[in-house]
Design a protein around this ligand. Structure first.
Ligand code: NAD
Length: 250
C-alpha cells in the first residue's frame, strides 16, 4: 500500500468504527519544537537521563536540582504552540469521529488546539500543588518564584515545597489513567497511535485494549507487527491528510 492508499484505508476504518480513540506521545510535539525522549540524535535521553532529574526521589531529596534542571525544561515547554497534527485531532473530535484522546504529553498542546475529551495521563503544566498541605497553585506561580530565585518554590500556607502537576518517575499513575483504561476496554474498537515509541508502561499497554490499530510514526514501534496500518510519516502531514480525507467523504 502506498501512502495515499494508507490514508484512504485509515479513513475508511475510522468511518466504520463505533469506538475510535487516539493515543499520542512525545513524537507528535517534536514539530512544535519540543524534543522527544528517543529519536536518535535529538531525543532528550541522549543528552541527559531524565530519571536523574525528573523523579520524585530528586524532588524530595534534592529539590534545588529538580528546579534547576527538570523544571527549567518544563517551563520552556509551556512556550510551544500546537501544529496541524494537534489541530487535526481536535477536528476529528469535533467531526464526531474521535471519541477521546489519551496523551502521554505534559505540554498541553492538545488542549490548546481544542481537544476536549482528553486524558493527560502524565499530567500537564497548567498548575501545581504543595507537597505538604496540597494547596493548589497556578504553574505561573511556580515559575514566578523560580524567577525570583526562590528555589525551590515554597507554599504560602505551610512552607513545604511546591511541585508541578506532572507525573514524575516514581509517582503512581493518576486515577484518570484508570478511567481512560476502563473506557478503552469497554468501547475502543479502533485506536490511532501517533508519535509514541510505545515502550513507556503502563501507557504502552493501552493499544492492547483496541481491536484494531493504526500507527503513525517515523520509526518502528513495539506494536507495528499487530497494527492494521503503519504510516511512516510526520504526524503533522499524516494527521492533516487524514482529516482532509475524512472531511472529503462526509
Ligand atoms: P518517545 O520519545 O519514547 O517516542 C517518540 C516517538 O515519536 C519515537 O518513536 C519517534 O520515532 C516518533 N516521532 C518523533 N517525531 C515524530 C514526528 N514528527 N512524526 C511522527 N513520529 C515522530 O516518546 P513517548 O512514547 O511519548 O514516551 C516518552 C515519555 O516522555 C512520555 O511518558 C511523555 O510523558 C514524556 N515526554 C513528553 C514530552 C511532551 O510533553 N511533549 C516530551 C518528551 C517526553
Amino acid at each position: 500500500m502506498d501512502y495515499q492508499d494508507q490514508i484512504a484505508r485509515a479513513a475508511a476504518l475510522i468511518k466504520e468504527s463505533t469506538g475510535f480513540y487516539g493515543l499520542t506521545g512525545a513524537g507528535i510535539s517534536t514539530e512544535s519544537g519540543i524534543p522527544d525522549f528517543r529519536t536518535p540524535g535529538e531525543g532528550i535521553w541522549e543528552k541527559v537521563d531524565p530519571i536523574t532529574t525528573s523523579s520524585v526521589e530528586v524532588l524530595q531529596n534534592n529539590p534545588r536540582l529538580f528546579y534547576e534542571s527538570a523544571f527549567n525544561r518544563f517551563a520552556s515547554i509551556t512556550l510551544a504552540e500546537p501544529h496541524e497534527g494537534h489541530y487535526a485531532l481536535a477536528k476529528m473530535e469535533q467531526m464526531g469521529f474521535l471519541k477521546g484522546l489519551v496523551t502521554q504529553n505534559i505540554d498541553g498542546l492538545h488542549v490548546k488546539a481544542g481537544s476536549r475529551n482528553i486524558w493527560e495521563v502524565h499530567g500537564h503544566l497548567r498548575s501545581g500543588y504543595c507537597q505538604g498541605c496540597k494547596k493548589r497553585y497556578s504553574f505561573e506561580e511556580l515559575v514566578h518564584q523560580v524567577e525570583l530565585k526562590r528555589i525551590p518554590p515554597i507554599c504560602r500556607n505551610c512552607f513545604d515545597v511546591l511541585r508541578p502537576d506532572v507525573v514524575l518517575f516514581g509517582d503512581p499513575m493518576p486515577p484518570l489513567f484508570y478511567e481512560a483504561e476502563e473506557t478503552l476496554r469497554n468501547n475502543c474498537d479502533l485506536m490511532l497511535v501517533a508519535g509514541s515509541s510505545l515502550v513507556v508502561y503502563p501507557v504502552a499497554y493501552l493499544p492492547r485494549l483496541a481491536k484494531r490499530l493504526i500507527i503513525i510514526n517515523l520509526m518502528p514501534t513495539e506494536y507495528d507487527h499487530i497494527a492494521e496500518i503503519v504510516i511512516r510519516e510526520k504526524c503533522s502531514k499524516a494527521l492533516q491528510d487524514l482529516v482532509e480525507k475524512l472531511a472529503a467523504g462526509e
